[in-house]
Design a protein. Structure first.
Length: 296
């Protein structure tokens, strides 16, 4: 399908634990083809993904926004690897190396949530701001962070989902589901933690169920911690749990109550839904590709 008259395309991979979303497009805001494959063992998943890209034409660069933990140290020989994931078969998988070799193209690589943060920052809810946090609450809880217009990596990448909250008295009996910390944020408010303690997804609980205020309180503590440590302007809350009717409004109200008017930037902190909906991650991966091309 290589057509010499057609300019090369940017390629994007949103690598998740259950599916890989693949896309190509001529620019970061234009997806011309998209394909979803199930995540199986690395060899077959990566071979299927590479074959699809090969069928799309010439690729100028590829961006990968991946589940983790991942290695992002540019001086590391393991840059672009998934490292110690609990997902069977994927520990020490050289994701960036595979796609770089398969497509003979420069590779941009970051976490799935940093990718989504980048897309919301440049194309979505964060336009005009200089700082943004993207939090997804679903089967897990992850967060990506942009400060002073730069993705935050630090020694590796933030793990916002593993902040330790203050437990309300009405929720002390539940031990939490995080295999590492028990009752960290992820262990208390991800979808499986909600089902473990109340038997149903949050969206299926009656409107007067105490779970709504409990989950909103934890999320407000998370927002409060982000504001207190980073003064971030825009907090984008996405993922399946955030689709619960009224939850975003509860989180906003509770965050304001916790802050008690103290923070100097109070009027500039905003808690919003993703403007790009489910597309933040794949557009973010296209941006990682574009950035890699410009840096190549
Ligand atoms: Zn944890």
């Amino acid at each position: 399908m290589n057509d010499p008259a057609r300019p090369p395309l940017l390629a994007a991979v949103e690598a998740g634990g259950t599916k890989f979303v693949l896309a190509v497009g001529p620019a970061v805001d234009q997806i011309t083809a998209r394909h979803v494959i199930p995540t199986r063992m690395p060899a077959e998943t990566l071979a299927e993904a590479s074959a699809w890209f090969a069928s799309q034409g010439a690729i100028s660069a590829i961006g990968i926004a991946s589940f983790g933990p991942v290695e992002l140290g540019t001086g590391s020989s393991r840059w672009g690897w998934i490292t110690n994931t609990p997902k069977p078969g994927w520990t020490d998988c050289d994701l960036a190396g595979h796609f770089g070799r398969a497509l003979a193209a420069p590779v941009g690589f970051d976490t799935d949530v940093n990718g989504a943060a980048l897309a919301e920052y440049r194309l979505g809810a964060g336009r005009g701001a200089s700082s943004l946090a993207y939090i997804t609450v679903g089967t897990g809880l992850g967060g990506g962070l942009i400060l002073e217009s730069q993705l935050v990596h630090g020694a590796a990448h933030p793990e916002i989902g593993h902040l330790l909250p203050r437990r309300p008295a009405s929720d002390l009996a539940f031990p939490g589901t995080c295999p590492h910390h028990g009752d960290c944020m992820e262990g208390l408010i991800c979808g499986p933690a909600i089902i473990a303690r109340w038997g149903k997804p949050l969206s299926d609980l009656p409107a007067d169920h105490p779970g709504h205020d409990i989950i909103a309180d934890y999320l407000a503590q998370l927002c409060h911690s982000l504001i207190a440590t980073t003064a971030v302007e825009i907090m984008v809350l996405g993922g399946g749990v955030m689709k619960t009717q009224g939850l975003l409004e509860r989180v906003r109200a509770r965050t304001a109550a916790l802050g008690n008017g103290y923070f100097p930037g109070t009027a500039r902190h905003r808690i919003v839904a993703p403007a790009l909906g489910e597309m933040s991650g794949i557009h973010g991966a296209l941006m990682l590709a574009s950035d890699a091309l410009q840096g190549a």
